[in-house]
Every structure is written in C-alpha cells, then in structure tokens.
Write a new protein. Structure first.
Length: 501
C-alpha cells in the first residue's frame, strides 16, 4: 500500500559545493553527521515527457532509508506530495493509476538515471528532535531515452522534518546566502538532468498562451483552465482526497456551461458531443457524492432532534441507507477513471484546446460578445424565477426553482469567463449569482431530503416500525424549503440590481 508524505525542501548551488556550518541557526542546537548514502534512481516518463512537463516525477530508487518507488506531485514552490510504494521491478499499479490522466494509453519508459553520493547532516534542537535534513549531493546523470549524454553537478538540499516549523527554512537560507550559497535554478534533479543532457527539457505547462485579447481568447482560456483542472484533479480523486470529486465535477460543469453560453464563439456542432461526454462524467462523479451529501444532511437533522421526538430505530436505518449508497460507488468511480471512454474524453479535450472550433465572433473584441452572452443567460434565470414564484408551492414550483438554479450556475460561469475582460460588473455578478445559487441549492436539497425521508418512512412502516420521527424530519425540511422560497424574491431583487454587465 502506497504512503503519502508532504515534502518541503529547497535546493541550492555553491561554487565550492560545500555545506556551511549551520550550528547556531535559530532553533538549531546541533548538526549531526549522518554519513554518506549512495543513491541510484531511475526516472520514468512518457516518450514525450508528459510528467516532466507537469513537474511530476516518478522514480525507482535504491539506497538510502526510503528505497522504493516515489511519485511526486507539485503543491507549491518547494512543496511536493510524495507517494511512496515498496520496491518492485515494475511500476506499481497504484502509482501507474495516479498518472493515468497524463499518460493515457501511452507507455512509461526509463528516461534518466541519477546516481548520487549524498553527504547527510541532521539539524536538531536542544532535545535532539530532528528539525531538518541538510545534504550535499554529488550527482551523475545519464540520459536513457529521448536523447543521450551525461551530466554531473553538486547541489545542497535542505528538507524540513515532519511537523517542523517551515520558518526554519528561511533562517537556514539566510545563513546559506551569507556563505555565498544561492538557490538552484532547477526545481528538481530531473529537470536539471533533462536540461543538461542532449534532448532538452519539455516546456512547462504553465507557460501558456499570451494574454487574452479577443472574445475567443477569453473563452478558450476558461475552457483550458477547466481541462487542466480535470486532468490535475484525477490523482486526487483516485486517492479520495477531500472535495476532489466535487471539484472535478464542478470543472466538467463549468466547461459544459461555457460551450452553451458561448455558442457564438465555439461551434456547438463540435462542442455538443463533448458536452454530452462531460455530462456523463459528471454523472459518474455524482453517483456517490450526491448520496454522501444527502446522508450528511439527514444525519445532521436527526442529531438536532430532542430524544422525545425519536421513535424507533431511525439512526440504525439511516446508517444502513448511507452504507447502501456507498457500497460499490468507490470501485465504480475508479473503473470509470480507467475506462477507454474517459481517457478518450481527455484526448478530445486536448484536441479541442489545441485546435479550437472558433467561429467569426471569436475574433471580435470581448466586451460586446461576452456581455451579450452573459445577458442572455441572465434573462433565462429571470424568466425561470418569475415562473417559479407565480406557481403555488408544490412540485411545479420546485421544478422551476431547480431549473433556475442550474441557469444561475451557467450565468455565474459565463460571468467568470468574462470577468477578465468586463471587470467589476462581471465580478459582482459572479458574487450575486453564487449567493442565489446557494439559496436555490438549499431549496433543492430540501426537496431531495423530503423524497428520501418519504421512502425511508415507507420502508420503516412496512417493517412494522414507528415512522413518526421521519414525519418530524419531513416537516422540518418542508419548513426549510418554505423559508428558502420566502427569501427568493428579496435575493432576486438584489441580484437584479447588480446586473450592469
């Protein structure tokens, strides 16, 4: 089973390649010589270096205290999440899965071999507690694929210990700089090896297109950001990281909405089939997520009830219902992420970004084109809100408010797309639409909760259980929906007043 570790480190270069004395750096009571370790690491990537272009590294390393497979994802400058797996001859399936959104149907091949002699020093406090590890690495790099040649260099590396104060790295760096040591120009050993051996280094993904100028530029920048989010979130979804499923689902919705809102910019004959596939993916992501959110809502509502209003084994039945919804959903989602359909969708998104199906309006100035699309979406929300509030409370109003919520999301996303060009008015609309969306979302969640409570009550009744508590919860959800409906006219008045796009 792979383990994850947050790695916080900084790399340096020095003309004399030595490590200055760090004793006396604030908090460092002693520097312990831990000897020299011989490390031998082989880095794997696709033939076109897709992992390196995303600053992701996958290696098999022997020697040292953590021999095995290491997969590193960038988190921020000098910060990476390292996922470790035991030593084996081939790439572990779990790690291969975590890079599948990048690798797709491609093959992982050995691209660089790095052999390092690591002279290690432990920085400890007065109690002997490890604060950081400082080392001088003498590195020999050999290109194995996509080029040839070798390189050699020395570097200093300082890695923060688990749970240590990150401010220590600033203090160490201050001492190093005084000794003439300078930050490394390369973010990683692999990046330097690729740059210094024949074949070069891939252009980083964040070196994107120029600043948006036309309407098409702005729309494509937003589409590209959602494509990037889907690909980047894939490993987090596989690892079941908090909010990762929700965030990926939102990215799919944003892209679909953009296709619809800006049909005058991107040809819908091309984007509609892609939107259908995005809808499929969003649905698969939502299989377990919607059930989880609803379960949390029902459990919280039950926990608020006084004991006098609880009759029968309600808690146990809620627990059974929750587990039934969770069963198999995780395995199913992982199957989706490994499916040819999903990987083909990712390839399709790449092709769309590389060769977008732009229409005539894409070349026009953004202010007019984007504002017109936002106003059109806003008008649809307005019509649905008016229609809903004209209906008596009940299923028809619920449906109209649900449709208004979906259109509010689309308008919000259109305003997000337009904000870089339209400025404050679009940003204000994003804020008010989000508020409206939240209110309507509360109403829809209540609709779904009442439906589920009715089903649970029927099952409980059939089993001879007292269904009184379900009725109490149903009535409370009904009141929450009424309060949301009562707030809609005022919320909409505020939203309408902010519409000056």
């Amino acid at each position: 089973m792979a383990e994850t570790k947050r790695e916080i480190e900084r790399k340096y270069e020095s003309d004399d390649s030595g490590l200055p004395d760090l004793t006396g750096v604030a908090g460092v009571a002693n520097v312990l010589d831990k000897g020299t370790a011989e490390l031998d690491a082989t880095y794997y990537d696709t033939s076109d270096l897709r992992l390196a272009s995303a600053s992701i590294t996958l290696r098999r390393r022997t020697g040292g205290s953590d021999a095995g497979w290491h997969l590193k994802f960038p988190v921020g400058p000098g910060i990476r999440d390292e996922i470790q797996a035991p030593l084996s001859d081939t790439v572990p399936d779990e790690l291969a899965g975590l890079v599948r959104s990048r690798v797709r149907e491609g093959q992982l091949v050995a691209v660089v071999r790095l052999r390092s002699a690591r002279d290690v020093r432990d920085l400890v406090d007065t109690d002997g507690r490890l604060l950081a590890e400082a080392s001088v690495d003498t590195v020999r790099a050999e290109r194995l694929f996509g080029g040839k040649g070798s390189a050699q260099w020395s570097e200093i590396e300082v890695e923060l210990a688990d749970d240590a104060d990150p401010a220590l790295l600033d203090k160490v760096e201050k001492r190093l700089r005084k000794a003439g040591v300078r930050p490394s120009k390369s973010a990683s050993k692999l990046a330097r090896a690729l740059a210094e051996t024949k074949g070069g280094h891939p252009r980083p993904e964040d070196d994107g297109p120029a600043e948006p100028v036309t309407a098409g530029d702005h729309v494509l920048a937003y589409v590209r950001a959602q494509r990037d989010a889907i690909v980047a979130l894939d490993p987090a979804v596989r690892r079941d990281a908090e909010e990762s499923v929700h965030d990926m689902r939102v990215a799919t919705r944003r892209m679909r909405s953009t296709f619809r809102s800006f049909g005058k910019v991107l040809d819908r004959e091309v984007t509609d089939p892609i939107a259908d596939e995005l809808k499929w993916l969003a649905g698969e992501l939502g299989v377990g997520r919607d059930h989880e959110v609803l379960a949390e809502r029902l459990q919280a509502a039950f926990d608020e009830l006084p004991a006098t209003l609880v009759s029968g084994p309600v808690r146990e039945r809620l627990r059974t219902w929750t587990k039934a919804g969770e069963k198999g959903s995780r395995r199913r989602l992982l199957g989706v992420l490994d499916s040819s359909r999903y990987l083909t969708l990712l390839d399709t998104l790449d092709a769309l970004v590389a060769d977008p199906p732009v229409l005539k309006a894409a070349g026009k100035k953004p202010e007019k084109v984007l504002a017109k699309a936002v106003r059109k979406d806003f008008a649809k929300v307005s019509a649905l809100i008016e229609e809903a509030m004209e209906q008596p409370p009940g299923a028809d109003r619920d449906l109209a408010l649900h449709e208004a919520r979906k259109k509010a999301k689309r308008t919000r996303y259109a305003a997000e797309t337009s904000a870089p060009a339209l400025g404050r008015p679009a940003k204000g609309l994003v804020k008010t639409m989000k508020s409206l969306q939240t209110l309507l979302g509360e109403h829809q969640d209540s609709v779904m909760a009442r439906t589920t409570l009715g089903e649970l009550a029927a099952v409980a009744h059939a089993a001879g259980e007292n269904s009184f508590t379900y009725g109490v919860l149903y009535a409370r959800e009904e009141r929450r929906a009424e309060k949301a409906e009562e707030a809609v006219p005022g919320e909409w008045k505020t939203t309408s007043g902010s519409m000056d796009v």
